[in-house]
Design a protein around this ligand. Structure first.
Ligand SMILES: CC(C)(COP(=O)(O)OP(=O)(O)OC[C@H]1O[C@@H](n2cnc3c(N)ncnc32)[C@H](O)[C@@H]1OP(=O)(O)O)[C@@H](O)C(=O)NCCC(=O)NCCS
Length: 389
């Protein structure tokens, strides 16, 4: 690696250079997209969340940090979403991406994010840095004609718009807390309002649920559908399915545990798609304190964590779980501790059973007899996200 390489905060006048590297990585960008992208990227610059690597005066790599919250066990945890990681082609394969990602980790720690997540185009670089699969973004497909007949006609639905943004967030929040969801992002209210204002999106609300959907070619696509009762679920899905005279299929980004899988009759022969995302703990103590745990679980366990890139996580910890909450405290012992690196810790946090982590070489030590108790505490519904970033 050249000695002239240095880490920088991207400035607004360097964004065009970043855009050129992006196009080499992800493909061309039209003139309209260019202006929108520059405006969008400028917000990250203003917040100190666009990092780069410069060779002399030239920007040769960049990545941005999205300030998200993510549900874990039905509670909101701040999460640094890493996106747009790009290295100029002639600098790839020389450690530039790793140099940049280490700076991204450090900046995210400094900004007090307990977690970070990303959608990997390749897992290798991120695994070296302690990320591991945490969940998926699922897309399921249903025959529109089947959804049309789900009923719920007695439920009153109304057209929703930007003024309903806070109401939507409240309904979603209640539901994720009840279902103890893990994975979905919490969007700021102004972004929800912009989503509801877009004329391509059709949004309808009931007292305890809503749907936002749009056209996807000749099919319909559900951005989000949340229902707090059977009748509302039937009514919302049937409303989307009412497009069946034109649309053959309804595609939906939903949890693999969504109730619609148990309501709709004809999903079996439809293909599902999944994009995996990776997770990493940046502040193990804060991440454990912030998430919800299985309400009935009681756990006392020792963990020994190795984490060269985030040394604050490393060392001997005692993990206590009770009444749906967890606590990590420093301990001296460590003899019988379960041993984890950052990838094992991420996997455990996301509910991956210890036997799976052991078989993948990501956990060792402790007593396998105690694994089930640890698994029970971290268990919950399958982590998922609706959004790509
Ligand atoms: C992916 C990317 C950011 C990696 O940057 P880089 O500077 O080449 O990465 P490094 O040199 O630091 O490599 C780190 C590790 O990742 C591996 N790696 C890098 N690119 C890889 C690829 N395309 N496939 C598999 N492994 C890859 C390297 O081999 C190295 O692992 P090793 O030490 O075990 O050999 C860069 O190739 C790039 O910009 N690609 C196009 C855009 C993209 O895919 N971005 C990622 C979006 S999530």
């Amino acid at each position: 690696m050249s000695d002239a390489l240095r880490l920088v905060d991207i400035t607004e006048d360097q964004l065009e250079a970043v855009r050129q590297i992006r196009m080499a990585a992800f493909g061309p960008m039209g003139a309209r997209d260019r202006d929108e992208w520059l405006k969008f990227a400028a917000k990250f610059v203003a917040d100190g969340r666009y990092l780069g690597v410069a060779d002399g005066d030239d920007i040769v790599a960049a990545a941005r940090i999205c300030a998200f919250h993510q549900w874990w066990g039905g509670r909101r945890v701040p999460m640094a979403g890493v996106a747009g990681v790009v290295v100029s082609p002639e600098y790839r394969g020389r450690g530039v991406g790793s140099l940049l990602m280490r700076a991204v980790l450090r900046r995210s720690v400094e900004n007090s994010f307990p977690l970070t997540a990303l959608y990997p185009a390749t897992t290798v670089i991120y695994r070296h840095l302690g990320y591991e699969f945490g969940g998926g973004r699922y897309r399921f497909s249903f025959p529109a004609a089947d959804l049309r007949t789900l009923g719920g006609k007695e439920v009153e639905l109304r057209r929703a718009g930007p003024d309903d943004a806070q109401l939507f967030l409240d309904i979603v929040g209640r539901l994720h807390a009840t279902r103890r969801s893990s994975g979905p992002l919490v969007w700021p209210v102004d972004e929800v309002a912009a989503w509801l204002a877009a004329e391509d999106n059709f949004a309808f609300a009931a007292d305890d649920g809503f749907v936002v959907y749009n056209w996807s070619g000749e099919d319909l696509s559900v951005d989000e559908l949340i229902a707090g009762s059977e009748q509302t679920a039937r009514a919302l899905w049937a409303t989307v399915g009412s497009g069946s005279s034109v649309a053959t299929s309804v595609h939906a980004h939903i949890s693999p545990g969504d109730p619609v899988h148990l309501l709709a009759g004809q999903e079996a022969d439809k293909k599902a798609e999944v994009q995996r995302w990776m997770l990493r703990l940046l502040d193990a103590q804060a991440a454990i304190a912030a998430r919800g745990f299985a309400p009935g679980a009681v756990l006392e366990a020792d963990l020994r964590v190795e984490d060269p890139d985030v040394p604050e996580n490393a060392g001997d910890w005692h993990l206590s779980v009770a009444d749906g909450s967890g606590r990590l405290t420093r301990t001296q012992s460590g003899g019988e501790a379960v041993r984890l690196g950052p990838r094992g810790l991420a996997g455990l946090y996301a509910g991956t059973p210890l036997s799976v982590l052991r078989t993948a070489g990501l956990a060792s030590g402790g007593s396998t007899a105690a694994d089930a108790t640890i698994d029970t505490a971290f268990a919950g519904s399958t982590p998922y996200m609706l959004d790509y970033f």
